[in-house]
Write a protein that binds this ligand. Structure first.
Ligand code: GTP
Ligand code: MG
Length: 212
């Protein structure tokens, strides 16, 4: 058990580093006058039970070396923003910091999942300085709008409740709701732009869904 705590410790530190970076961005940007692009952030550390469940699912041996290499979302940070443009702004500001190494981007906003799921996922590595060494810690950062977050939370609950068989009608209804949420995001973005100005959106119009 103390081994496990030791294993998880660096992930906690990695999350704390990312947390501080986001706090700084949020506070500084709030002072710029256009408002804080970050509504809230939520760090989460995968529980030992969910680490071992994922390891079993992907056929990963239960050794720390294997877990470290193959489970890249032990540290996760959810960043909920007001507008789609805020999502990309925050992602850009975070990943251009020299100590943040961007390993992988999955843009489920440009390319929503077939079920309608939208979010921008970044896998980043952040250096954590221990007493005698530096550890590069992977953190999965999920950025999304309030509307995307609302949808994802409900979808998660429905799947949890019905797992694994969600009736087809419910599935279709959920996907339609995701597209409605995307349209709402687009409308709010346009309103935001009219009020604050700024370049036209560069994203494809909401509502399409393209498989990954
Ligand atoms: P995991 O093994 O679950 O981590 O998935 P993955 O390695 O294929 O990564 P992916 O980027 O697809 O998803 C990672 C995380 O994004 C999940 O753990 C969820 O938190 C979130 N996510 C992805 N797809 C969905 C979805 O359809 N619905 C909801 N509610 N969340 C999702
Ligand atoms: Mg995951």
């Amino acid at each position: 058990m103390s081994d496990l705590n030791h294993f998880l410790m660096v992930y906690r530190f990695g999350l704390a580093e990312i947390n501080t970076k986001l706090d700084i961005l949020a506070e500084e940007l709030a002072h710029h006058g256009t408002g804080n692009p970050i509504e809230h952030i939520r760090p989460r550390l995968k529980t030992p039970a969910s680490i071992s469940a994922k390891a079993r699912r992907i056929g990963c041996p239960l050794t720390y070396t294997d877990l470290r290499q193959r489970i890249r979302d032990i540290a996760g940070m959810r960043v909920v923003c007001g507008f789609v443009s805020d999502v990309y702004t925050v992602a850009e500001m975070l990943t251009r910091q020299p100590d943040v190494q961007l390993v992988l981007t999955k843009d489920y906003i440009q390319n929503p999942k077939p079920n309608g799921y939208r979010s921008l996922h970044l896998l980043v590595e952040i250096p954590v300085f221990m007493s005698d060494r530096m550890v590069s810690v992977p953190v999965e950062v999920q950025l999304r709008t309030v509307a995307m977050d609302f949808w994802a939370s409900l979808e998660h609950k429905i799947y949890y409740k019905h797992s694994p068989q969600v009736p087809a009608r419910l599935r279709d209804e959920l996907t339609a709701a995701a597209n409605d949420a995307a349209r709402l995001d687009e409308r709010m973005e346009l309103l935001h732009r009219e009020i604050h100005g700024g370049p036209p959106p560069v994203r494809p119009s909401a509502g399409h869904s393209s498989a990954r």
